[in-house]
Design a protein around this ligand. Structure first.
Ligand code: AMP
Length: 424
């Protein structure tokens, strides 16, 4: 018989890894709640047309595309934003703005697999639709900051830029949108020479080269540098002003470590404003990122709707927490194994297990028909807190044996008091 492996780039998550993912997802949900985002669940498979409309060449070439049996061209979602934009133009079309939408699940990209880069990976995703104001951008950065902090992540820092600065320069110097996209894609990969080669105008090349040099963690100072550098480029200057407003709101309201990098670009083509990524010193891959995309909804046939959003890569956040040896939240509930001593006692033992579960206690019922000693040995190995042993003699007194597996103490406990005794 052949042994089966997972498809390349896709993983099974088991034991502590699965627990870490569940923990991160729970924190993302809590953050959504704290910031007023409502969860939506959308399909993993979407029309190819929708997914390829605006995400950019880079992602288009890495999609899992297939024809379904009805000859429809479909693909596995490579991100959430297109699905959320679709929702905004259909089912949620008449909802009052702003819309704050949260999603979590797997997405698919045909990337070259390596640590922190998979073909199936998990994202938590937040989209705030309907506001063009800097406070909406600030909220998205702040919630990312809150989520990282709530996970106990240390030393994380934001890299923040504004796509309007680069586009403002390129468009004023006559670079068409298609070339702009190609330039931004190279810049995203830090292939600056390749990016510059695409630009014909020497003046414009000089501007880009200068922009690449600007970066700093004193945001006021860096924004001032950007502003004087782009003097004469009206749109780029407006973008720098917008970035300054966002940074002011963020830095006034939270303690955030950030670097301002105006030449920083992101792979997705639809960004129109502020963009950001988040890093920790131990890893050179981004844990999450996002930005403003004001024209995507209308590209999908909706009313012009400004929007800003972000996504966190849960696989990478898990790696980061592991690197930093962060605790994944202590489990407080007690864990119990219930074992009947004889076959005949199975029904009553199962009834006791149900009573304990109803009281919120996690119970493993003995399903292997093992003798007491074997069952206890196994419970011990699996770090169960208590063994509840259901025996004929104790039952006559409406009691069971309760064994504390940590200190080996054993006592006879009256069944009506059992749950309380275990909990305390
Ligand atoms: P994006 O949707 O490209 O903005 O990516 C958002 C986040 O998803 C990134 O910052 C990463 O943390 C994560 N991510 C992107 N691609 C991958 C991948 N192939 N494997 C794991 N995580 C990824």
């Amino acid at each position: 018989m052949p042994t089966f492996q997972t498809v390349r780039g896709m993983r099974d998550l088991i034991g502590p890894e699965a627990e870490a993912f569940t923990h991160i997802i729970a924190k993302a949900r809590e953050t959504a709640e704290l910031y007023g985002f409502k969860e939506v669940i959308t399909p993993h498979v979407e029309p190819l047309e929708l997914l390829s409309a605006k995400s950019g060449e880079e992602i288009r070439q890495r999609m899992f595309i297939f024809k379904d049996l009805g000859e429809r061209q479909v693909a596995l979602r490579p991100e959430f934003t297109a699905s959320i934009a679709r929702l905004t133009t259909t089912a949620l079309k008449n909802e009052p703005k702003p819309l704050r939408l949260f999603s979590v699940g797997t997405v698919y990209r045909y990337d070259e697999p390596q640590r922190g880069r998979y073909r199936e990976f998990w994202q938590s995703n937040f989209e705030l639709m309907g506001s063009a104001k800097p406070e909406a951008d600030a909220e998205i950065v702040l919630l990312t900051n809150s989520l990282m902090a709530s996970l106990g992540m240390k030393g994380f820092a934001f890299k923040i830029g504004h796509i309007g600065v680069i586009r403002g320069i390129l468009s004023q110097d006559g670079v068409d949108e298609k070339t702009q996209n190609a330039v931004l894609q190279r810049m995203d990969k830090k292939e600056y020479d390749a990016a510059l080669k695409l630009v014909e105008s020497e003046k414009c090349r000089g501007m880009l080269e200068g922009l690449i040099e600007i970066k700093g963690n004193d945001w006021r100072d860096t924004v001032e540098q950007i502003k004087s550098f782009v003097a004469g480029y009206e749109k780029a200057k407006a973008a720098a002003d917008n970035l300054a407003e966002i940074l002011m709101l963020i830095s006034e309201s939270a303690d955030i470590t950030l670097t301002v990098e105006p030449a920083f670009a992101r792979g997705l083509e639809y960004y129109t404003g502020m963009i950001f990524e988040i890093y920790i010193p131990e890893l050179d891959i981004a844990l999450g990122g996002g930005g403003r995309y004001d024209r995507l909804i209308e590209a999908f046939g909706g009313e012009p709707t400004p929007a800003v959003g972000c996504a966190q890569g849960i696989d990478r956040v898990a790696i980061a927490l592991q690197e930093q040896k962060a605790a994944l939240g202590t489990k407080t509930g007690k864990h119990v194994a219930v074992t009947p001593i004889t076959e005949a006692l199975k029904p009553v033992a199962l009834k006791i297990a149900q009573q304990l579960r109803a009281a919120g206690i996690s119970v493993e019922f003995e399903v292997m028909g093992r003798k007491m000693a074997k069952a206890l040995e196994d419970a011990d190995k699996r770090k169960v807190d208590y063994a509840v042993i259901v025996g004929e003699r104790e039952l006559k007194e409406n009691c069971v044996m309760l064994k504390n597996l940590a200190n080996r103490e054993q006592s006879t406990v009256h069944i009506p008091e059992l749950a309380e005794k275990i909990k305390n």
